[in-house]
Design a protein around this ligand. Structure first.
Ligand SMILES: Nc1ncnc2c1ncn2[C@@H]1O[C@H](COP(=O)(O)OP(=O)(O)OP(=O)(O)O)[C@@H](O)[C@H]1O
Ligand SMILES: [Mg+2]
Length: 362
């Protein structure tokens, strides 16, 4: 179903993205060791990544760093995810276990691959090295895909932080058959975490492939909606299509959200009603912004204050306090790092039209 609100996993549920899938396939065949997929929230990063992994026929390990959050970003949680991925892999590629068996701290059961988390599991570099050796002997490459990777900056181990970028940089230099695809919604935080421009980072100066996921253009957005409406068998007017696309500007996640609700309740008022619901959802997300200044800066931009000095004036007016330039700049930088705003030629702009509407109510 095109309007299934979950991330897609199969090609037939994914609308378009032919070029992007081809770029990923080329990368897996002959690209650099590292691909970074960038795009704002709800643009379809997870869907694209998952469809690619399932289509490619190659072995892969998929880590969604969001799942680590509820376990306090503990290293054990990462090992548990790895163990379930290896268990899945061995179902198809039984020879893998022979390469893992020789590692201390790995238990190979009849169905499970488990790490000994009580004593000490092997390091990630040791595990990845064995997997790489297996892939090499089997004449394949293996893909390690990490979603919401910027969250790995919180990863903790027994004695402190675990540096995932160190593992990637080791793999980059030494593991010829391992390729990483890394993505995340908080684009600036992701780029900072990977540290390609930071001389202190493990990945400093490394070459990588980038894939920017863009929104659908107007025609594609309309076609996407028509295809979805036909699939669920509802009648619709041209104006429903046009109104929806005017409101969401080709962001597949919102198109899907609108389509899903319209199919459940097709009526002339549906577009406005769903728009209000989407705004509420966006507002709930924005309320999680850590600082009141960040929220107010976003609100200022939403209300049309697009220059730095006007944003500062609005913030001072609303808070009744005078702010330092650094405070204003920090708020704007953070919003940009979260992938919410962009600065084009000195004018700040909110990237998602639903967020822009919601931010007015902050
Ligand atoms: N090309 C597509 N075809 C069909 N549905 C899509 C497509 N791209 C995204 N979607 C739908 O849009 C929604 C958002 O997609 P997805 O979760 O993949 O985006 P994301 O960029 O990973 O979002 P987030 O940043 O919130 O993690 C989902 O409901 C998904 O099914
Ligand atoms: Mg996602």
């Amino acid at each position: 179903m095109l309007f299934d609100p979950r991330p897609k996993t199969s090609r037939k549920e994914l609308y378009d993205r032919e070029k992007e899938l081809q770029v990923l396939e080329d990368f897996a065949r002959k690209g650099s060791p590292l691909m970074v997929m960038l795009g704002i929230r709800r643009i379809g990063k997870t869907s694209l990544l998952r469809v690619f992994l399932h289509e490619s026929g190659r072995p892969f390990i998929y880590i969604d760093a969001r799942a680590l959050e509820e376990q306090g970003f503990r290293r054990e949680a990462l090992y548990r995810m790895l163990s379930s991925e290896l268990t899945r892999l061995r179902g198809k590629w039984t020879s893998l276990v022979e390469y893992l068996r020789i590692l201390d701290g790995v238990e190979i059961g009849p169905a499970l691959v488990r790490f000994d988390l009580v004593r000490s599991p092997p390091s990630l570099i040791e595990v990845f090295s064995r997997i790489d050796e297996w892939a090499s002997d089997s004449g394949m490459s293996i893909i390690v895909a990490v979603d919401e990777a910027q969250l790995l900056r919180y990863l903790r181990g027994g004695k402190g932080r675990v540096d995932f970028t160190q593992v990637v940089s080791y793999a980059y230099d030494h593991l010829r058959n391992m390729r990483f695809v890394i993505t995340g919604s908080e684009v600036g935080l992701l780029v900072d975490f990977l540290g390609f421009n930071n001389p202190k980072s493990w990945l400093y100066g490394r070459v990588r492939d980038d894939l920017i996921i863009a929104r659908f253009d107007r025609d594609r957005s309309i076609d996407f909606l028509e295809e979805g409406f036909n699939e669920c068998g509802v009648t619709y007017t041209r104006s429903v299509l046009e109104e929806t696309v005017a409101k969401v500007d080709g962001i597949p996640g919102w198109l899907t959200y609108f389509g899903y609700h319209y199919c459940k309740n097709p009526s002339p008022e549906a577009v406005l009603q769903v728009f209000e619901e989407a705004k509420t959802l966006a507002l709930d997300e924005l309320r999680k912004l850590h600082s009141r200044y960040y929220a107010l800066a976003l609100k200022a931009i939403a209300l049309g204050y697009s220059r730095w000095r006007n944003i500062k004036q609005a913030l001072e007016l609303w808070t009744g306090r005078s702010l330092t330039n650094a405070q204003v700049t920090r708020a704007l930088k953070t919003l940009a790092k979260l992938g919410l705003i962009e600065n084009v030629g000195g004018m700040y702009k909110i990237l998602d039209p639903i967020i822009a509407e919601a931010a007015k109510e902050l």
